[in-house]
Ligand binder design. Structure first.
Ligand code: ADP
Ligand code: MG
Length: 579
């Protein structure tokens, strides 16, 4: 097939009628809606679709595995508030992408997984087509919405529905099924052009009711020990100024969830990150802004939250989120920008500061914890432990606050979250609601593509393994990504031995002293082996200053690290386990 950038493809036999086809209509429907980047793995039946998209001027990023392309699309959605587009082949490629689509939906990231599929007539009779699978049925329960387009003249409306479904209300993942036959369907070009839809106001403002705002303000005004919790919904909303005004005007301590770090800097005087346990236990009125009371917040009850009676105010665009785990005393349903602006208006100009007693208690705890941590971050012993290595990276990020930090692993994740301060909004991307491993390189690639900023991916050696092959993609597109592999020779630790005494390695250990940096060199990137915090710091600085694709193998003490990082309590314990 010839590759052209125009929508006009073919002439009918008489030479009169201008024609177009499914390929071109999909590309034009996306472009018309400002969707100009596709994350994909090419193959049957979508290779020409990706090829034509590139020819038409779209940015097409070709990955090595669909899950990574899907993760890239998901985080592109989070960063831009437009659905990230992932394009996959049928059946197995679709299934690989589906994990990312489900993860995006769980995290409330807007994305559209477009997948080619085999012939409906054969699939539906289960006659054994090439890559036969009823993809629409399989996708449906795992995403926010799922559609199939069967006629070329429906492409415009199909893409419009997908976009609106992804970004309106609570954002999420949408599946769009495109059977191979649709792509080559030919229709009249004028009819095709007319069938395209530019979605007007895809994520309309949702204004909260005045009573809801007043109810919340009344509660907040009476609070003795108020707390604001910012979640990644607040980061997504890009209402940074309004949120900062609300926090500062109220004088209330705030706690950022991991991907909400940086909406206000972690170094802000009201940030209670270093006093997390205390504020969760002791607070009496808690205002949640774009954060859910799920497992990451111990469901709003139990030991973590203490015995003192607590009342919750919750701002969320999804009405059904209210009372999901505990009673919400003051639900405010609406988009965060609108809700926070209404709260600010309602607060007027003489809003009282929270009781001084409370602020003093929080600050004292903060100072105590920060002082306790400080020497561990400066520890220069070899082999490095997590704290020493992260202490070095903390300084690098402080000096380069526009860098986007991608973070996954167990100990690498849990410790980095606490140690590396984030100074600007949406500069920390991590494993999110599921705590899933494998997002690292996909997120890093999309972060570089979508923002043009430097990206630092700090990943455990185990986490890296799930998506490590994409370092080839990083090199191929020459992206300013520096991957630091925290290599402690295994999952959690590198010291476990096979309890049976047999010759196989224990289940959590990897090849000892592996050199992940050599992988990067294989693709023409920069590989560095770092054994001290100073070496690590210098190598990362060089990578971020040069923008060259770099992988640093940071040799971490194999004995450092605890089982499952900070969530070891989620492991069921066998009563019969041999000591
Ligand atoms: P975290 O894990 O950081 O606590 P969650 O993903 O649990 O964050 O919660 C994010 C919440 O934000 C979701 O309940 C989602 O419905 C909500 N949300 C996302 N975007 C908006 C928005 N623009 N306005 C209001 N709520 C939003
Ligand atoms: Mg490890």
């Amino acid at each position: 097939m010839s590759v052209t950038a125009q929508s006009v493809q073919a002439q009918s036999a008489g030479g009169e009628q201008e024609l177009t086809d499914g390929f071109h209509l999909i590309i034009e429907a996306l472009k018309l809606n400002g969707l100009n980047t596709i994350y994909c793995v090419p193959g049957i039946p979508i290779t020409d679709l990706a090829r034509l998209a590139q020819a038409s001027g779209m940015r097409v990023i070709s990955f090595r595995h669909e899950q990574n392309a899907g993760n890239a699309a998901a985080i592109a959605g989070f960063l831009t508030r437009k659905p990230g587009i992932c394009l996959t082949v049928s059946a197995p490629g679709f299934l690989n992408g589906l994990t990312a689509l489900a993860n995006a939906t769980t995290n409330c990231f807007p994305m559209i997984l477009i997948s080619g599929s085999s012939e409906r007539e054969i699939v539906d009779l289960q006659q054994g087509d090439y890559e036969e699978m009823d993809q629409l049925a399989i996708a449906k329960p795992l995403c926010k919405a799922a559609y199939r387009i069967l006629r070329a003249e429906d492409i415009g409306i199909g893409v419009a529905r997908a976009i609106r479904s992804a970004v309106s209300g609570r954002p999420g993942g949408v599946y769009l099924d495109i059977p191979a036959k649709l792509l080559s369907q030919v229709i009249d070009a004028e009819l095709g052009r007319k069938s395209l839809v530019k979605v007007i106001d895809p994520a309309p403002a949702q204004i909260p009711a005045k009573e809801a705002v007043d109810r919340a303000l009344n509660l907040l005004r009476q609070a003795k020990r108020p707390l604001i919790i910012l979640g990644k919904g607040a980061a997504y909303a890009q209402a940074d100024d309004a949120i900062r005004d609300l926090v500062e005007k109220s004088g209330i301590p705030f706690l950022p969830m991991s991907m909400a770090k940086g909406i206000l800097p972690d170094t802000h005087p009201q940030c209670a990150g270093a006093a997390r346990s205390l504020v969760l236990k002791e607070s009496d009125v808690v205002m949640l802004i774009g954060a859910r009371l799920n497992w990451l917040l111990s469901h709003g009850k139990g030991k973590t939250w203490g015995d003192a009676p607590k009342k919750f105010i919750q701002i969320d665009i999804e009405p059904r989120e209210m009372d999901s785990n505990v009673e919400i005393a003051a639900p405010i349903v609406g988009d965060i920008e609108s809700c926070v602006s209404r709260l600010l208006e309602g607060m007027g100009n003489d809003w009282p500061n929270p009781p001084e007693e409370w602020i003093k208690t929080v600050n004292a705890k903060k100072e105590e914890n920060i002082a306790k941590m400080a020497p561990r971050l400066r520890n220069n012993s070899v082999p490095m432990d997590f704290h020493a290595a992260l202490g070095a990276l903390r300084t690098v990020i402080k000096e380069r606050p526009d860098t986007i930090l991608v973070n996954e692993g167990a100990n690498t994740l849990d410790l980095a979250r606490g140690i590396i301060d984030i100074h600007k909004p949406r500069k920390r991307l991590d494993v999110g609601t599921w705590g899933v491993m494998g997002i690292g390189t996909g997120f890093a690639i999309a972060a570089a593509i979508e923002t043009g900023n430097r990206v630092l991916a700090v990943v455990g050696d185990s986490a890296f393994g799930f998506s490590g092959m994409e370092i080839e993609t990083i090199c191929r597109y020459n992206l300013p990504v520096c991957v630091v592999v925290f290599n402690n020779n295994g999952i959690y630790r590198g010291t476990e031995v096979n309890p049976s005494g047999g010759p196989d390695p224990a289940i959590t250990v990897f090849v000892k002293d592996a050199r992940y940096d050599k992988m990067m060199e294989a693709f023409g990137g920069v590989g560095v082996h770092a054994t001290t915090p100073d070496e690590l710091k210098r190598a990362v600085e060089e990578a971020l200053d040069s923008g060259k694709p770099t992988l640093i193998n940071a040799a971490i003490d194999p004995a450092a690290g605890s089982e499952s990082g900070r969530i070891g309590n989620l492991n069921p314990q066998s009563l019969l386990k041999k000591k």
